[in-house]
Design a protein around this ligand. Structure first.
Ligand code: FAD
Ligand code: SF4
Ligand code: SF4
Length: 399
């Protein structure tokens, strides 16, 4: 239920922001018609809080008619000189890979939600990773990410098509966007899921809880869409099916630029972003508290340079000041999935393991034969990391 109270001063601010043209000004008062989807965009702009939305109790909602799995397509800027200014962030393909499995189990469609100022044929790539459909909103206001603009468009789409499940990457953008969409749709959100499945027709969302010591399984039986964020590198990437193109459905959503409350005036790249990113690395050489000193860590850096990888660290090493936080692997750091993960002097606490266990090959070096890291390692070396790292360096240099 939406209601315009006597406080309305007829300022007209709400009329242009409504994506569904549901508001008219009659006798200097806003009047809302049945096209309203309760998206909430007008509530944000009213200067006198004259618009109120009374939402129904979750348990009394009619959930029939919600169908399909949606994946939010995150775009990122390309390097200067590239053909297109944007490309699809890899986590999108990981979400489509798991989304395909969920959709197949439900016997429903998998759709990608693409918001952009200009589509660059992205439906080909999205289709190859399993999308049946791409809901495309093209609008000059979508040239860069903005919370108000993007959430308004997604909320409008969700009201129109009623998805059952919506997935986002647990990236800076996804973590900002998903909660806003969830609160406007009056539904829940499970952040940082490490596993997703279907149970009795519902989305089973699993994530670590209580500092990573237990896994919590979360179901949302009373609200739709069921929404989750998933960190990059957590879900296995499916093999792309080249030649499968998703059907593009162009969506006409009115987006008013006055919704944009934040403007990006300048961008500054931090020094850290210059090097290779740990989340995208194919080889990671990680050190833990067992490396003891910065000099010990330097050996790992040398080894890493010879292997062409990126240095990682446990939280223990970060807390000791041996490496910067941006290199931390694990639950409160970055989740990685390289081809090769070398762990030197890392015990293998559960909070570390959740961040690297999907690496293809794990090699652990630890002087304690009972260290838990050996439970996930394919190759284990019981010994002193300070002796083994220099030997590896020597061998690689000879090669
Ligand atoms: P330790 O557990 O102290 O292990 C050091 C290891 O080095 C030991 O196994 C020892 O046998 C070995 N060693 C010592 N000397 C040598 C040597 N000369 N040669 C070979 N081996 C040697 N941790 C993370 O890593 N990432 C996270 O994101 C993270 N998030 C967390 C979030 C929460 C909410 C909490 C509560 C904890 C988190 N932790 C995280 C911390 C985690 O619980 C562990 O404390 C941490 O991973 C331990 O780091 P470590 O393995 O380097 O140190
Ligand atoms: Fe329009 Fe959304 Fe306001 Fe309804 S809630 S009148 S759809 S802006
Ligand atoms: Fe009335 Fe508020 Fe709309 Fe202005 S923004 S016309 S005060 S309801």
């Amino acid at each position: 239920m939406i209601n315009v109270s006597k406080k309305c001063i007829g300022c007209n601010k709400c009329v242009p922001v409504c994506p569904f043209a549901a508001i008219q000004l009659i006798d200097r008062k806003a009047v809302i018609n049945e096209a309203c989807t309760l998206c909430g965009a007008c509530v944000q702009v009213c200067p006198v809080q004259a618009i109120e939305i009374a939402r129904e109790e979750a348990s009394t909602r009619d959930l029939t008619g919600h169908k399909g799995v949606w994946v939010f397509v995150e775009l990122m800027q390309t390097q200067a000189g590239d053909k297109h200014p944007h490309k699809i962030r890899p986590v999108t393909f990981e979400l489509l890979s798991i989304g395909r499995r969920l959709a197949d189990e439900l016997g429903e469609e998998l759709s990608a939600i693409l918001l952009t100022d200009k589509n660059a044929g992205f439906e080909k790539e999205l289709g190859s990773y399993g999308a049946d459909k791409v809901y495309l909103v093209e609008n000059p206001e979508l040239y860069e990410y903005n919370t108000d603009i993007f959430s308004t468009a997604i909320i409008a789409l969700a009201h129109r098509h009623k998805p059952a499940i919506m997935l986002y990457g647990a990236t800076i953008m996804g973590r900002d966007l998903a909660p806003r969409v969830a609160s406007s749709l009056y539904t829940g959100l499970t952040a940082d899921c490490t596993a997703l499945a279907i149970k009795d027709g519902l989305l089973l969302q699993s994530r670590p809880a209580f500092g990573g010591n237990i896994m919590a399984d979360i179901l949302s039986p009373n609200s739709r869409p069921q929404m989750a964020t998933v960190r990059p590198n957590v879900m296995k990437l499916a093999e792309p099916i080249y030649g499968k193109v998703a059907l593009t459905v162009r969506e006409d959503i009115k987006i008013d630029k006055s919704l944009r409350r934040v403007k990006v005036l300048e961008r500054e790249l931090s020094r850290e972003t210059g090097g290779a990113k740990i989340e995208e690395a194919r080889i990671i050489v990680s050190g833990g508290r067992g490396m003891k000193t910065k000099a010990g860590f330097k050996q790992l850096e040398e080894l890493c340079r010879l292997l062409g990888g990126v240095v990682g660290a446990s939280r223990g090493a970060v807390d000791m000041g041996l490496k910067e936080k941006s290199h931390q692997v694990g639950q409160s750091g970055t989740t990685v999935s390289p081809k090769l993960y070398l762990a030197f002097g890392i015990s293998g606490a559960v909070q570390h393991i959740v961040g690297m266990k999907s690496s293809d090959v794990i090699v652990a070096v630890n002087k304690d034969p009972n260290a838990p890291i050996f439970n996930v390692a394919k190759y284990g070396v019981v010994g002193d990391a300070h002796e083994i790292a220099p030997k590896l360096i020597e061998a690689l240099k000879k090669k």
